[in-house]
Design a protein around this ligand. Structure first.
Ligand code: TPP
Length: 341
């Protein structure tokens, strides 16, 4: 299933100890937050629905970790881990889900459309792959401004069937833009299996048509995702153009909390749960003597406390006034002239 996998050649110790532990801590924080937000939805504590990414933590946390604030993330709806690893405060993440006034979008869009101007995360729109187009535009902006910043654009395999997705990658290939495209192939686009989204086995093969490298990796392997994505980020930063990385992974729950996901078999779910990215990382770190059961427990305790504080703060916040719906929607300065960059 996993093509071009570099797994046997990767060594744990190629990555500094503090980074390994930070990656693990960010994955754990993402998991605990995600599970908590699922429960809160089921308790009726906020409206809409919730798109869980439990099971997919390595594919979002590892590429996003260590980016600069000025680098940009263009997420879709299943990238809570990208916001966590880019350093968006928990209060902002939770209040986005609760649609409260203190949320970066002030409650304009629906749960899981995380954004942050300060941390360089574009608030996604509901139209699939639209963030890939906007992200590609940002990469063109960096190139025009001669900045060595990069963009990470995230999407599911189902989104690669959209026309705009292809136009964006074609454009990035032609102009060798500083962007890394990360496909979270979780085998399903709502109830549509991957083989009904494309007639090819590897979605990374799509990069060939646009003149840059595509690679398929084990998206549940923290080390493999970190190494592959950061090699691609370094390449993009050095002006050597884009890369498409297909991460094979799996969402443990339904498309959203209102989906019972009865189109999947229990065997498939069990097989992927056994490949839990967090358990895999724990095993590696414990074997290397970097993590102990006690350290793990105190990490979980601290994260749980921080999550509870963020939930409490969001629940105490107000909703925005209806008139505020128009604020932050239109630019006051438009068009931006070249000499204003
Ligand atoms: C253009 C468009 N078509 C359909 C939808 C409804 N929709 C939202 S998420 C989704 C599935 C997306 O699948 P994929 O891109 O594989 O991402 P995943 O949900 O698996 O993470 C669909 C069909 C939409 N938001 N936009």
């Amino acid at each position: 299933m996993v093509k071009n996998s570099k797994k046997p050649r990767l060594k744990l110790m190629d990555i500094p100890e503090n980074i390994l532990l930070d990656l693990y801590a960010n994955m754990m924080k993402t998991r605990l937050l995600d599970e908590r937000l699922r429960k809160l939805f089921r308790q009726g504590r906020y409206a809409g629905t919730y798109f869980s990414a439990v099971g997919q933590e390595a594919t979002t946390v590892c590429p996003s970790y260590g980016l600069r604030d000025e680098d940009i993330i263009a997420p879709s709806h299943r990238e809570i881990g990208a916001s966590v690893a880019k350093g968006v405060p928990l209060d902002e993440i939770v209040s986005q889900v609760y649609a409260r006034k203190n949320s970066p979008d002030k409650g304009k869009t629906h749960p899981c459309h995380y954004g942050s101007r300060e941390k360089g995360v574009i608030t996604p729109s509901s139209t699939l792959a639209s963030q890939v187009i906007v992200g590609t535009g940002c990469a063109m902006g960096f190139k025009m401004q001669k900045k060595d910043n990069v963009v990470l654009a995230f999407f599911g395999e189902g989104s690669t069937a959209r026309g705009g997705w292809h136009e964006a990658l074609n454009y990035a290939g032609i102009h060798k833009l500083p962007i890394v495209y990360i496909c979270q192939n979780n085998l399903w686009a709502e109830s549509v299996p991957a083989n009904l989204s494309a007639a090819i086995q590897f979605f990374s093969d799509r990069a060939k048509a646009y003149g840059f490298r595509g690679i398929t990796i084990d998206g549940n392997d923290m080390i493999e995702v970190y190494k592959t994505s950061h090699d691609a980020i370094d390449k993009a930063r050095a002006g050597k153009g884009p890369t498409l990385i297909e991460c094979m992974t799996y969402r443990w729950y339904g498309h959203s909390e209102i989906d019972p996901a009865d189109y999947r078999t229990q065997e498939e779910i069990d097989e992927w749960k056994a490949r839990d990215p967090i358990l895999g990382a724990e095993k590696l770190l414990m074997e290397a003597g970097l993590l102990t059961a006690t350290k793990r427990e105190s990490l979980i305790e601290q994260i749980d406390q921080d999550i509870e504080a963020a939930v409490k703060n969001s629940e105490n916040e107000q909703y925005a006034e209806p008139e505020e719906a128009y604020i932050d929607v239109y630019s006051e300065k438009f068009p931006l002239r070249r000499d204003e960059y």
